[in-house]
Design a protein around this ligand. Structure first.
Ligand code: UGA
Length: 432
């Protein structure tokens, strides 16, 4: 099938290159000409495992094209919308990128088409888009909702082998078209779940709201565990073995970040307030997440009786989670900004996110970056771990022993307290 993907950001690139790999002929449209220039050469400005390779494959097979021209893009009758929908200051969703794409489509449409919306949008947006076309173009434009559930770091796998494909449609014809687009995914098991357009739009928010609430719930329990001597690793196992609860997203820690959870929770809360609806769990999940970072910060201060002026720390992990260079809403970056004016120095390390962190932390005092995770440990007082990157799981004890105050603040519960204490370290985790 001939498909156009509008927006060559994270979701658009994954979606476009995967659809091309499934055998479709895909045209990716983005108004950023320098980005399109690089993409035509197979070069990406973001890191996602396997993505560059897949894009190069599509380019060489000539079933993946990149253009800035809506005129070219609108020649296809299936248009995927993959536009960024960030938060406004008041928590509302900023739909300006989405609507500017809609305007460009309207100007260049030459036939009937199906718009497949993958961007995360408030309830009712698909209907509003359809109305806009009804008013201003002579072609029949259908709009369906097909929210994405891609996790950064494993987005290709999530697209090619999804647990479910949610599709909100309001006609059998669109349903059949969507069946065809995804027919080669999971042939053995039907992963497609059809529902109304509104339900699909809300399923996306509900999924992110629920997952974030799971994390905040565990973080709330971790405070009880700390006070009564429970261990969150054991509690997680005990809880997760109940199939009604499930084992994933139960890691207590520094809390959630990224470009999705915080933004989507804010959007839910905004919509609830706008409509004067009862609310509670989602707002609490966001509140607990903020509190979690402060509690960790206080743990560091408390260890030093409030005085960290002369202290030097090493921080492992700058991205919002492992396996990505994305630092948006990174808890680590927030912690660095809180700590940096109070300490002598912070040395920062991340194997993927260093370039983005350098940009985000420009002008922040008392920080320096290291390409090696054990650099100058004998001049460092304590280690702070902010992400659960695999390379941090088994640190070299001989290197850690060089730390002047022999203290480790583990914001992701990845190290073994017993091993560290045997080696005379002071260990602070989150409810472990
Ligand atoms: C999230 C969802 O998991 C995807 O399904 C969704 O498609 C995506 O948002 C989106 O809306 O686009 P992502 O933001 O890539 O994906 O990251 P996650 O792996 O979900 O992690 C989010 C945050 O939660 C990270 O900061 C992570 O460290 C934290 N987390 C995760 C915990 O603190 N504890 C856990 O047990 C799991």
């Amino acid at each position: 099938m001939n498909i156009t993907v509008i927006g060559s950001g994270y979701v658009g690139l994954v979606c476009g290159s995967c659809l091309a790999d499934l055998g479709h002929k895909v045209t990716c449209v983005d108004t950023n000409s320098s980005k399109i220039k690089s993409l035509r050469k197979g070069k990406l400005s973001i890191y996602e495992p396997g993505l560059e390779k897949l894009i190069r494959k599509g380019l060489s097979k000539k079933n993946l094209l990149f253009t800035t021209s809506y005129k070219k893009g609108c020649k296809n009758q299936i248009l995927f919308l993959c536009l960024d929908t960030p938060s406004l200051k008041n928590g509302a969703v900023d739909l300006s990128n989405l609507y500017s794409a809609i305007h460009s489509i309207k100007d260049h449409l030459t036939s009937d088409c199906l718009i497949v919306n993958k961007s995360t949008v408030p309830l009712g947006t698909a209907k509003k888009i359809k109305k806009q076309f009804l008013k201003s173009v002579k072609f029949n434009v259908e709009v369906c909702s097909n929210p994405e559930f891609l996790r950064e770091g494993q987005a290709i796998k999530d697209f090619m082998d999804p647990e479910r494909i949610i599709i909100g449609v309001d006609s059998d014809l669109i349903k059949r078209t969507m069946q065809k687009i995804y027919c080669s995914i999971n042939k053995k098991h039907n992963k497609k779940i059809f529902m109304s357009v509104e339900s699909a739009e809300l399923t996306k928010y509900a999924a992110n709201g629920f997952l974030a609430s799971k994390i905040s719930f565990m973080n709330e329990i971790s405070i009880l565990a700390e006070n009564y001597g429970g261990n969150m690793n054991e509690i997680r196992e005990g809880l997760g073995s109940d199939s009604r609860i499930g084992p994933s997203f139960l890691n207590a820690g520094l809390g959630f970040g990224g470009s999705c959870f915080p933004k989507d929770l804010k959007a839910i809360i905004y919509e609830q307030k706008k409509l004067h609806l009862p609310h509670g769990i989602v707002a609490s999940a966001l509140e607990i997440n903020k509190r979690q970072l402060n509690l960790f910060y206080k743990k560091i201060l408390n260890f030093y009786q409030g005085n960290i002026r002369e202290k030097d720390f090493f921080i492992w992990g700058l991205a919002f989670k492992p396996n990505t260079d994305d630092i948006r809403e990174s808890v680590s970056i927030k912690l660095i900004k809180k700590l940096s004016p109070k300490v002598n120095s912070l040395t920062l390390y991340d194997s993927l996110a260093m370039h983005n962190a350098k940009k985000a932390l420009k002008g922040i005092p008392n920080i320096n970056f290291s390409n090696q995770k054990y650099s100058n440990f004998n001049q460092i007082h304590g280690l702070i771990i902010c992400t659960e990157d695999k390379e941090f799981f088994n640190p070299r004890i001989s290197e850690l022993k060089k730390l002047q105050d022999a203290v480790i603040f583990d914001g992701r519960n990845i190290l073994e307290r017993s091993i560290l204490e045997k080696n005379n370290f002071h260990y602070e985790g989150i409810g472990v």
